[in-house]
Structure formats: C-alpha cells, structure tokens
Write a protein that binds this ligand. Structure first.
Ligand code: DX5
Ligand code: ZN
Length: 219
C-alpha cells in the first residue's frame, strides 16, 4: 500500500528577513509540515533561531512545526520549544546523555517525539527507542547547512529504518533530510521514506515557484 508522501520545507533556506510571510507562502503552496532547523553553533557549526522566533512564527502557520533540534545539551531546551509552538521535537542521540529520557519528556509534554540519525550514526542507535518515537529522521547530509549534496550511503539506512518501523506495526513517520531534489526524492521514497525535508529545492526561485517546487518533490 503506497504511503502518502509529506513535504516538510526547511525554513533554513527561506528569506530570514520575512520568515512569517515565507511560512504563509509555503503553506499556501502545499507544504504539509514546516521543518524548523534550530542550530546552536555548538552541536553544529552554524547558528539559526531559538524559541522566541518559533513563538513569533507560530501564528503564521497552521501546519505542524516539525522542530529539528541541533542543540547540545538539548534537555534544557525541550520544554521551552514545546511551549513556543513546536508540534514535533526531534533530537540527536549525541546531543545529551540520556536520549531515552529526553524522548519520554517530549511525549510527557504532549508533543511528537523524533530521533534523528546523522550520516555517521549507526541504525542501532534506534535500539530500545522504537516504542517511544513518533518519527525517525535520517540525515542525508551532515547537519548544519542547506544546499549540500545527498549522501547516497544513507539509502541503505532508510531502507533498514523502514523495515524496523514496519516490524513494530506502529505509525512512525520516516523522514529524510538533506540534499532532497526531485531526483533524490524518488530514491528516498523508494527506500521507504514518507516525509521529505527540503530547503533549497523548495525555496529556489522565490514564492512564485514554491507550489511547483513542492509538486516536483512528490513525484
Ligand atoms: C541541515 C538541515 C536540513 C537542511 C536541508 O542541517 O537539518 O533540514 O536545511 O536543506 P537542503 O534541502 O537545502 O539540503
Ligand atoms: Zn533539518
């Protein structure tokens, strides 16, 4: 049974001088989720936005805010992002000492709990977490920047994650993030992904291109 493919534009590639308007534009263009890349300049070599910006953006979007926390230590910030309007909070196992407890906290706050694997993080990092997660995010680039190329080796990990998800019988989203274009989207979907994050591929050409750019990713 074919899974519907959701598109989660990453606002990292949006015009940061008008993020509210950009969120309205990509929702009007067909975005299913809004992927919010939070970077602290410590876990990744880049700094983007914090909870105050997420809070300011919340009224501009009706779709779920899929917040990707590239922050370490991440535990002190879970609550404030949950209060600021995040619908899903996705964490890297490397961003704190107790990822199982972090995911428990996210669920206790009533939010969707996600775990994200870097290209260098083995699939075994999912062991013991499958009953806690609503989402598994496979990074197909090393986190920190948009506009990088898709790392082919992650296709096997996507397929392995799909197998693990299907074995649980639970409704866990399988999201892929980084270097997604109409070409790599097809391969990520074929490997088992059902949510695609795209920054460059969605925002290129400006607002008049967003709807076609999103359509081109759905295949
Ligand atoms: C990178 C971010 C990705 C990135 C995707 O650290 O997690 O979401 O914004 O950007 P593109 O689609 O341009 O690779
Ligand atoms: Zn991301």
């Amino acid at each position: 049974m074919a899974r519907p493919v959701l598109i989660a534009p990453s606002i990292l590639s949006a015009d940061f001088s008008k993020l509210g308007a950009e969120i309205e534009a990509i929702e009007a263009a067909g975005a299913d989720w809004i992927h919010v890349d939070v970077m602290d300049g410590h876990f990744v070599p880049n700094i983007t936005i914090g909870p105050a910006v997420v809070k300011a953006l919340r009224p501009h979007g009706k779709k779920p805010f899929d917040v990707h926390l590239m922050v370490a230590p991440v535990d002190p910030y879970i609550e404030i992002f949950a209060q600021s309007g995040a619908d899903g909070l996705t964490v890297h196992p490397e961003s704190g000492p107790h990822v199982h407890r972090t995911l428990q906290q996210i669920r206790k706050l009533g939010k969707k709990a996600g775990v994200v694997l870097n290209p260098g993080t083995p699939i075994e990092a999912l062991d013991n977490l499958m009953d806690l997660v609503d989402l598994i995010l496979i990074m197909s680039v090393n986190p920190g920047f948009g506009g990088q190329s898709f790392i082919e080796s992650q296709l096997d990990k996507i397929a392995a994650a799909r197998k693990r998800i299907d074995a649980t019988g639970r409704d866990i989203a399988l999201e892929v993030d980084g270097g997604i274009t109409p070409e790599t989207a097809k391969r990520a979907i074929a490997a088992g992904a059902n949510v695609l994050v795209a920054g460059t591929a969605v925002f290129q050409g400006g607002p008049s291109c967003y709807a076609d750019n999103i359509k081109a990713l759905r295949g």
